[in-house]
Design a protein around this ligand. Sequence first.
Ligand code: SF4
Length: 481
Amino acid sequence: MGGFFGVASKKDCVWDLFFGTDYHSHLGTRRAGMTVFGEKGFDRAIHNITNSPFRTKFDRDVTELKGNLGIGCISDYEPQPLLIRSHLGTFAITTVGRIDNLEELVEEVSTNRTQFLAMSGSNINPTELVACLVNQKDSFLEGIKYVQQKVSGSMTLMIMTEEGLYAARDFYGRTPVMIGKKEDGYCVSFESFAYINIGYTDEKELGPGEIVYITPDGYETISPPQETMKICTFLWIYYGYPNSTYEGVNVESMRYNCGAMLAERDNVDPDLVAGVPDSGIAHAIGYANRSGIPFARPFIKYTPTWPRSFMPTDQSMRNLIAHMKLIPVDELIRDKSLLLIDDSIVRGTQLRETTEFLYNSGAKEVHIRPACPPLLYGCRFLNFSRSNSEYDLITRRVIREREGENVSDEILAEYADPDSGRYEQMLEDIRKQLGFTSLRFHRLDDMVKSVGIDKSKLCTYCWDKQGDCSSCKNCPGKSGS
Ligand code: SF4
């Protein structure tokens, strides 16, 4: 994933930029950058944040950079923001999203003998490709619209020129963009909570595909939002920060709704309800409040010396680290029946190990309740995980064991239907493989109700393959008209 923050201020903006960008650290673990424009022109710092957090890495830059315009980002993949000089002038650019048709676009622009800097592994920096697409046109506005038209996947971006910032939400609004306001100017933010403590108040949430131009004196919509929205439901379930609100729905409150609806359908009577730290906690509070079963923390994360950003790429090391962070509270586990809520089950490895760990610590029963339905499809729209195969998902591995390699869309749809026999069989196989006492997922209809936004406006692709608008011929703008 990734997140960004920008400021257009009448005063020096670097401290606002520093804290605002830092508040996006939960969205990425690899690279971070800040670029400013001031009296001395453009200036930039980019660091690897794999082993130490943003604030530590940028503590010197924050005192050296000067400017009243700035953009910063946290990135899970490419180094950003990039500084570009072209016929449009000098500008900085940062992006959040995923280019599903990257090779095709590289091929297309390469017919003009364009060059790209190769990243390690010979990969193209996707943000550089976006800059290249912007440069195909005669203005930033036309260039950004061209990006929205050409990119399959999603592309939310910010461009900083010497005069102001362009902010564009991706065409289907899968990720959010907010504008905040204070006396000295404006900020642009992925997360709506990121500007509260630095004195900004909510000013505007961009609509799907909307493009806004922001200066220290004001902002204007230079391309209106389009009708169709497919905002990512996983924002609320897992990766959005609890204090944030998207499309009027707060993350923490939505998670309480999820837990409450899970409790309403449940038929077990555990001693305690717990959440897998951190993203399962709010769902568990919602479950406990609705069921009347006490909420507890039978294992607690040791955070002081484990910065979240320490995430090696090797999966077994990631699992080991996840395990080392969690320390049991014996009194809350021994001889107890526990109901444990996690945001989702992806590979299942960590939850299996957590369950084993609870049994080894004396738990009698471990009932698992993921806060979303079974994940059946990999995300094509956001840079979520680096896995290349849907067989990384435990659901798909179980389905392959039951059905063989080639499974039709109709059969997969049956596995997504919580009232079907195939769904029940899949759950039982997962339960056995992962060693749970019982397993019950949140239903898709209940999850949509937990958000409270009409399903037609949500992306639910990773659960039911709904929300991919790229094949829709009638979407205004995508056709280039
Ligand atoms: S596929 Fe899933 S993770 Fe990706 S945008 Fe849609 S809901 Fe979000």
